[in-house]
Design a protein around this ligand. Structure first.
Ligand SMILES: *[C@@H]1O[C@H](CO)[C@@H](O)[C@H](O)[C@H]1NC(C)=O
Ligand SMILES: *[C@@H]1O[C@H](CO)[C@@H](O)[C@H](O)[C@H]1NC(C)=O
Ligand SMILES: CC(=O)N[C@H]1CO[C@H](CO)[C@@H](O)[C@@H]1O
Length: 547
């Protein structure tokens, strides 16, 4: 083991002490040089950062800073010099310059979720900002307080939870919800809706010249590499400087469309300027009015992503575009595979556990090696971009080169995700049921394959579903539900049964094992899932033909 020489040893050996002193001085200059070298990165952003820091008094931390901060902050010791070989930074292919990634999270889940994003996707976005409901830190990362400017008089009742959080934080109560039960989730949600507009404002102020602003949640993962060809193409269709875009997976509340936050949404420079005109980006009265307007709106709306859409759309001057399934709200195990998504590129995954983030990352790495896209670079990318010494810009690529590059790119598709995650895991053997009866289904007890999300038969709905006897029978037993799928609904590839509920689906979902906390029969009561391998195989073959 490497340890510092003991003081007695140093006293006895002046020569050793001298050598250590020289090593110390030498390493100090080595670190100093490195710190200075990395502070030159993205010189064109420096004025903006200085300007911002006078206004928001927060420091912008990029992944570049992470590399340099420890060296600048700590005096190197001889031991550190030997041990601090640079850790391989997890960057796949080119870093996504020109895209600001903003991540929204909350104090109770910050430590559970964001570290995995930091170890995987974030290094690919050198302009990343992480927001929570109080100021915090994660390693050397500053976690920004998305609520610091929110007017308490307009949001008073909801903000009381934040006062509790601040108190608890000050008293070292431990905000992290380690048990995962998320008892505070409800109140956390109440705070959440106030964050989206302030996050847009701060992200814009910190990086006012970016072509794109991408917003995700702490439980969102990305297939980041796919964003390269995607944005090259989007840039050709809409110049980010002049033609606003607002992309995501569209949902509606009272007929008002918005891009669902957890699925991630994308704004370009022009869209951001619809909310914060460049010349007003640091004007206090303007910003105060903007904040108050949308805090007041958030106080009586359900959700922050809807509030953001009110700010961006401005009654339809900018329309939100449904870009599903590139932006979508499921994790690998809950995605319903169908011909609508099978051959499409993937952008986002939501409701991901930290383990999911890891496995999705492994999947992407494997795919990049397989497609050869690990060594792909956008047109015009050179050594300076590679080393992070020069900012790469989507708008500087010629249209022809951008189109060519995007067309030749081998995107990672839902098909690839299916092959990697599901094909081996799905049960492929039709089997006998518990009474020894031969079935067409592969069956898993204590499993939820989410068939009920497609078509759920239950006591309440049975009246509306028509008069067919098989539908009435289906909710009576597992066997009947299975038979409903196998015999009566020809597109059915999978079913799910639990007491009084029969789910039937024509899409393929893996689903999850349900937590087994009691006896086998109690577990079984939580749900039994079945797939019809013969049909599943035929469907997948058909979908694959179109890729
Ligand atoms: C942003 O762009 C404007 C106009 O193109 C330029 O004047 C300004 O210096 C840039 N700011 C940063 C931070 O790069
Ligand atoms: C590039 O592709 C876009 C559509 O994706 C098209 O509108 C544009 O004309 C193309 N430009 C060139 C130079 O091929
Ligand atoms: C209809 C139904 O049974 N839905 C349940 C399926 O299982 C999940 C747990 O994974 C429950 O939350 C649903 O209520």
């Amino acid at each position: 083991m490497l340890t510092s020489p003991s003081p007695t040893l140093l006293r006895r050996s002046p020569l050793l002490a001298a050598i250590l002193l020289i090593l110390f001085i030498q390493s100090y200059f080595l670190f100093k040089y490195n710190a200075e070298a990395s502070s030159n990165i993205y010189q064109d952003d420096v004025p903006a950062k200085q300007l911002v820091s006078t206004i928001t008094s927060t420091v912008t931390v990029t992944s570049k800073d992470i590399k340099s901060t420890p060296a600048a902050a700590n005096k190197p010791t001889p031991t550190q010099v030997k041990l601090s070989a640079p850790t391989a930074t997890a960057v796949r292919g080119p870093e996504l310059h020109d895209v600001v990634l903003s991540i929204k999270t909350g104090s109770t889940v910050l430590f559970a979720r964001v570290p995995l994003q930091l170890l995987t996707i974030i290094p690919n976005f050198p302009q990343t900002l992480i927001y929570s409901d109080i100021k915090n830190k994660l390693g050397d990362w500053e976690i920004l307080d998305a609520l610091k400017d929110v007017s308490g008089d307009l949001a008073d009742t909801s903000l009381s939870f934040r006062a509790d959080l601040l108190n608890l934080h000050a008293q070292n109560a431990g905000l992290a919800d380690h048990s995962g039960k998320m008892e505070d989730l409800k109140e956390g949600w109440a705070l959440d809706k106030f964050k989206n507009v302030p996050m847009l404002i701060t992200s814009y102020q910190k990086y006012p010249n970016a072509s794109y602003y991408l917003f995700i949640d702490g439980d969102t993962s990305l297939v980041s590499s796919n964003f390269w060809p995607y944005l090259l193409q989007v840039t050709q269709e809409s110049d980010p400087r002049t033609k606003p875009i607002y992309f995501g997976s569209v949902s509606y509340i009272s007929d008002r469309p918005f891009a669902h936050g957890g699925s991630g949404y994308l704004l370009n420079q022009a869209a951001a300027q619809k909310v914060i005109p460049r010349e007003k980006a640091y004007e206090e009265t303007f910003l105060r009015e903007l904040e108050r307007k949308y805090t007041a709106a958030a106080a009586h709306e359900c959700c922050g992503d809807l509030v953001l859409s009110l700010a961006v759309r401005q009654d339809g001057t900018v329309e939100v575009e449904h870009k599903w399934p590139f932006f979508q709200g499921e994790s690998w195990w809950s995605i319903p595979f169908s011909d609508a998504n099978f051959c499409e590129p993937m952008g986002t995954l939501h409701h991901v556990t930290p383990e999911d983030i890891q496995t999705i990352w492994d999947f992407e790495q494997t795919m990049l090696a397989k497609t050869g896209m690990k060594t792909w670079r956008p047109p015009g990318w050179n050594d300076l971009h590679e080393q992070g010494l020069k900012q790469w810009r989507f708008t500087e690529v010629s249209p022809a080169a951008a189109n060519k590059s995007a067309e030749e790119y081998k995107y990672i598709l839902f098909n690839d995700l299916y092959d990697y995650f599901l094909s081996q895991r799905l049960p492929w053997q039709a089997e006998k049921d518990e009474n020894g009866e031969v079935t067409q289904s592969a069956i898993r007890v204590g499993w939820d394959n989410q068939s009920w999300r497609e078509w759920e038969l239950n006591e309440e709905k049975i009246g509306e579903e028509g008069t067919e006897q098989w539908k009435k029978d289906a909710i009576a037993s597992e066997k009947n539900c299975r038979i409903a799928c196998e015999k009566y609904y020809e597109n059915c590839v999978q079913w799910y049964y639990r007491d009084g509920v029969c789910g039937l689906s024509d899409k393929v979902v893996y689903g999850r094992r349900l937590p087994n906390q009691g006896t086998y029969s109690e577990w079984k009561k939580l749900g039994v899932s079945g797939w019809v391998p013969r049909r599943m195989e035929a469907k997948i073959k058909e979908w694959k033909l179109k890729c």
